[in-house]
Design a protein around this ligand. Structure first.
Ligand code: NAD
Length: 239
């Protein structure tokens, strides 16, 4: 029972993945309608693509940025923000680049894979809002060089400050709630084991089983995140 773990914990850290945002109509990577079903990650979201397939790179991210313009946080994001205000949740570590935790009002967020809110020139490093990609020739900087997204591409290191911050939060956690990630991507795929090793409880909520379920004290499969969080919140309010 997630509500019981929450009640018994003093320092709750949440790790989220693309499944957190599917209920906001953003496709995940590996789920049923995932983004990678038709496109190879190595072709579009990689350093290789940035160097050799700029058109594909630009078109892929332009489409994703366009898709983000109308997107709103779902009930799951809202409850995490509420739990932070109530002092229950201390930090959110996310692999998502959609900024929906920010939009919902969460404050202490670590973005392991960057975000799609801003862009930067590959040459002069001038920063642009993501909507620049929606303009005609929006991928070209005033200096004439290519503008890239501020997401971590396949083949790049994670931002050290975000990773250090996330690891520091994890060290303090007595409960790690993992939501909507297949836990296949490093380093997030190590967090359940790390938390468990230091004595924290681990709860995984994911439609499908994950390869790290063995480290969890409780696994909730087959129910959508928002349904689990809304039901848990109701139970917590009744207590
Ligand atoms: P993933 O696609 O590998 O796994 C998502 C998991 O969430 C799947 O196992 C799926 O069954 C589950 N899921 C989907 N909808 C759910 C729901 N409503 N309730 C419960 N579970 C649900 O995603 P991942 O593990 O986060 O993979 C990491 C990569 O995905 C990262 O590089 C991240 O940047 C990228 N990504 C981010 C976004 C975003 O920002 N919204 C979207 C797509 C991909």
């Amino acid at each position: 029972m997630l509500e019981q773990y929450i009640e018994e914990s003093k320092y709750i850290v949440v790790l989220t993945g693309a499944g957190m945002s599917t209920e906001s109509n953003l496709p995940d990577f590996r789920g049923e309608n995932g983004l990678w079903r038709n496109k190879k990650p190595s072709k579009v979201g990689s350093t290789f693509s940035l160097r050799f397939h700029k058109k594909d790179f630009y078109e892929f991210y332009r489409e994703r940025i366009q898709g983000l313009q109308e997107v709103q946080p779902n009930a799951g994001h809202d409850i995490l923000a509420k739990w932070e205000k109530e002092g229950k949740v201390k930090a959110i570590i996310t692999q998502n680049v959609d900024r929906l935790h920010h939009k919902a009002g969460s404050q202490n967020i670590y973005e392991l894979h960057g975000n799609l809110a801003t862009l930067r020139c590959t040459k002069c490093h001038t920063e642009y809002p993501a909507t620049r990609y929606l303009e005609k020739e929006g991928q070209i900087c005033v200096c004439g060089k290519f503008i890239r997204t501020n997401v971590v591409l396949f083949g790049e290191n994670l931002p050290q400050d975000q990773l250090d911050g996330a690891r520091a939060e994890l060290q303090k956690a007595d409960l790690l709630i993992i939501l909507g990630t297949s836990l296949q991507v490093s380093p997030a795929n190590t967090f359940a084991k790390v938390a468990k090793k230091q004595g924290a409880k681990v709860v995984i909520v994911n439609l499908e089983e994950t390869i790290k379920d063995k480290f969890a004290d409780e696994v909730v499969n087959g129910i959508k995140i928002s349904e689990v969080l809304v039901a848990t919140d109701k139970k917590l309010q009744k207590k």
